[in-house]
Design a protein around this ligand. Structure first.
Ligand SMILES: C[S@@+](CC[C@H](N)C(=O)[O-])C[C@H]1O[C@@H](n2cnc3c(N)ncnc32)[C@H](O)[C@@H]1O
Length: 383
């Protein structure tokens, strides 16, 4: 099974080719129907013939009441144009679009082939019969290119799984152009320096589905299958399972305003106070005490349960202090804690100048938390 480490490796190697499964898209998208009526949707990291995002929106074009669906694909994609020869859809004035980035734009999906149903075959028919549905891009289809930014400017909602290695830039661009979006990313992106402030300010949150486990993605045929959790289907297509996947969005949905049920009572014994910060450590989100109103440090998976009316996000703590430990009032770990930690056989690469949150447990053991989101209850819950 692919772990976060595998994803990070994918980051480094710029192996950004993970194709999202249709079922995962359907499960998530059903919570956002009201946002799409009359809107232009852009999938800007998507070869329409490979992307299930394009497929989903083409199939649901009328159900969602879309105004327009646009997809653009990237030169670097190993699958780009693979289907051209097979489908020979786009013989355009003698030009061969194979291996050239292109844009597909559709403004209607009707029963074009007259078979009594409106489905993907109509989209294919439309693309075949309407020359202007497909145009070659001048550039390489990079979402940051001027040409693609101009397409972005005219879109309302961007929905895709962007390249993992460019996630920061990708989100920054969406925010810069004030776009609504629903995209796939890695759980660890929550604490990226560029992403966390958006989450803290309630401008970005996690989507409805995918809060644990792993998800399957198709990978290119030449993808090295080192990970344990992979399969090859009857057609020889390869799939891997990836952990730590999340949806990121700024589209609201009802369920994120549901209170997390709290049932535990605060006791000083169960919830250690940090040695270098005025707050308590809550090692598991499910154990957040219902009667504690001070600052608590929780794991980043808390974001899976976050209701902005129930909790306020104060900040984030880690060993580097990059989220502003001074402003948050987090002191350095200090020599005393380090000494104790080493005496107890601790082997972690901690130094006295670091700012991760540390504490002593009931038995006096020096414990480090690595990374915590700092939260505070906003109000007494309904219980
Ligand atoms: C994680 S894959 C997902 C593909 C597709 N969106 C899906 O979910 O099935 C990211 C895609 O972005 C493409 N890509 C990589 N760099 C890009 C860039 N700078 N601009 C646009 N697309 C890019 C890759 O070729 C790849 O197909």
């Amino acid at each position: 099974m692919a772990s976060n480490k595998d994803l990070n490796k994918a980051n480094k190697a710029k192996k950004d080719e993970f194709y999202t499964m249709l079922a995962d898209i359907e499960v998530e998208l059903k919570h956002y129907r009201k946002h799409f009526k009359g809107k232009t949707v852009l999938c800007n990291c998507d070869d329409p013939f490979e992307s299930n995002f394009f497929k989903y929106f083409a199939m649901n074009f009328n159900y969602l009441g879309l105004k327009k669906l646009i997809a653009t694909c990237y030169q670097g994609s190993p699958v780009i144009g693979e289907e051209f020869e097979q489908l020979s859809m786009f013989e355009m004035d003698g030009e061969t679009p194979r291996r050239h980035p292109y844009k597909i734009e559709i403004a209607e999906v009707i029963d074009a082939n007259g078979d009594g149903a409106v489905d993907l075959s109509d989209v294919e028919y439309l693309l075949r019969s309407k020359k202007n549905a497909l145009t070659l891009l001048n550039g390489d289809g990079d979402f940051r290119s001027e040409e693609c930014v101009n397409i972005l400017k005219n879109a309302d909602i961007v929905v895709t799984n962007p390249p993992f290695s460019l996630f920061r830039e990708y989100v920054a661009q969406l925010v810069e152009y004030g776009k609504q979006f629903l995209i796939i990313g890695n759980l660890n992106a929550i604490t990226y320096k560029e992403i966390f402030p958006l989450i803290k300010d309630n401008k970005l949150w996690l989507g409805y589905s995918i809060h644990s486990g792993d998800r399957e993605f198709r990978v290119p045929d030449d993808y090295p299958l080192e990970a344990a959790g992979y399969r090859i289907d009857e057609q020889g297509r390869k799939y891997i399972r990836v952990k730590g996947v999340r949806w990121y969005t700024n589209l609201d949905y009802v369920e994120r305003h549901t209170d997390l049920e709290l049932w535990k009572k605060y006791t000083a014994e169960e919830y250690p106070r940090y040695d270098n910060f005025d707050g308590i450590d809550v090692a598991s989100t499910a154990d957040i005490p219902e009667d504690y109103f001070g600052v608590m440090g929780v794991p980043i998976t808390f974001m899976d349960k976050y209701n902005p009316e129930q909790f306020e996000i104060i900040g984030c703590a880690d060993y580097t202090g990059k989220y502003g430990s001074d402003e948050l009032g987090i002191s350095k770990i200090g020599a005393k804690w380090i000494k104790k930690y080493r005496e107890q056989g601790g082997k972690g690469h901690y130094t006295a100048n670091m700012t991760s949150l540390v504490y002593y447990d009931n038995a006096g053991k020096a414990c480090n938390t690595f990374k915590r989101i700092l939260i505070r209850r906003r109000r007494v819950s309904w219980r």
